[in-house]
Design a protein around this ligand. Structure first.
Ligand code: AMP
Length: 301
């Protein structure tokens, strides 16, 4: 079954202690769609400006990603994010964000996109996530991702969104901010009360925690000796997770979610090994299977 992904299709300028890489292909939807495309037919909904290189569009197409929902505003500027990592590669700060064409974007789902069964509302303004949700008819499973910026500037819209999605994915500091609770277990309970039946808290190199009707599940992160650029790891995690879910036939959603988190962790690990999408696109199904097996081995007891 197919996966629909809406989010940012961006140009990212990324500084790490070792290198500066300007204007790479990035954005929440780019990372998530490439990750999902390993597992399921993927539809991308986004907007770019006239400055968005055609080679990036070709990269999406080379992954079989359906681009009927990718708009181009010829005289507009593509969303641009400029970030910088500290030496430990865990802490990053945003140096600059240019919203560009995202600012006035009103997404319209083409053709039969509204009937997509699996939907990822990747990180973007909650008003845009809501506008896409309004155009869906009876999706099977909807995941929303978000970030601290939207907790700060668009909390009311985000709370509206949470009442209408099946699963929220966020990182541990965002969960603390949303619930004003330092304890991850009670924070999870508070987020369920805001709407989502499933909540996944990402803890970077320490893995992720799922909370759902039958309790909690903890997924490890794939252990990496060297991290080159973690930008997009969270988006890759959730994109691969939903792509994996869409590739499963029947059965229990919660059971699939657990395995999906392991596949998400593996694709995220490839993302961290290169700048932008450089390393992710070199992975293949066999490389993913090998890392899944490795994770299975080191997490079993
Ligand atoms: P992650 O490292 O998984 O948190 O995702 C980083 C990606 O999110 C980058 O490729 C950015 O282009 C994108 N991004 C940064 N800021 C925003 C924002 N305010 N809204 C949506 N996407 C963003």
């Amino acid at each position: 079954m197919s996966v629909l992904i809406v989010g940012t299709t961006a140009l990212d300028s990324i500084n790490t202690p070792k290198a500066k890489n300007p204007r790479l292909l990035g954005g929440s939807a780019s990372h998530a769609a490439v990750a999902a495309s390993f597992f399921a037919p993927t539809r991308l909904v986004g907007v770019v400006g006239g400055d968005f290189p055609q080679s990036h569009v070709k990269l999406y197409a080379s992954r079989g990603i359906c681009l009927k929902g990718l708009e181009r505003v010829k005289d507009g500027q593509t969303f641009h994010w400029h970030g910088e990592y500290e030496v430990n590669m865990n802490n990053r700060r945003t140096l600059n964000t240019v919203l560009g064409v995202i600012e006035n974007w009103q997404p319209r789902l083409p053709g039969d996109y509204g009937q997509s069964p699996y939907v990822l509302l990747a990180n973007i303004a909650p008003s845009i996530q809501l506008a896409v949700l309004d155009q869906l008819s009876k999706p099977k499973f909807v995941i929303a991702d978000t970030m601290d910026l939207w907790l700060n500037v668009a909390l009311a819209d985000l709370l509206k969104l949470l009442k209408r999605v099946d699963c929220l994915v966020l990182n541990d500091s965002e969960a603390r901010q949303l619930t004003e609770d330092d304890n991850v277990v009670s924070a999870l309970a508070k987020i369920h009360k805001l709407g989502p039946k499933f909540v996944i808290i990402k803890k970077g190199e320490h893995g992720s925690i799922l909370s759902g009707p039958s309790g909690m599940f903890v997924a490890p992160a794939y252990p990496l000796l060297k991290v080159v650029d973690p930008t997009g790891a969270g988006d890759s995690f959730v994109g691969a997770l939903l792509g994996y879910m869409a590739s499963q036939k029947g059965g229990n959603i919660e059971k699939h979610l657990r395995k999906a988190m392991i596949h998400g962790a593996v694709v995220a690990s490839f993302c961290c090994e290169g700048f932008g999408l450089v390393r992710t696109v070199k992975a293949d199904k066999k490389a993913i299977r090998d890392r899944v097996k490795h994770l299975e081995k080191i997490a079993r007891f």
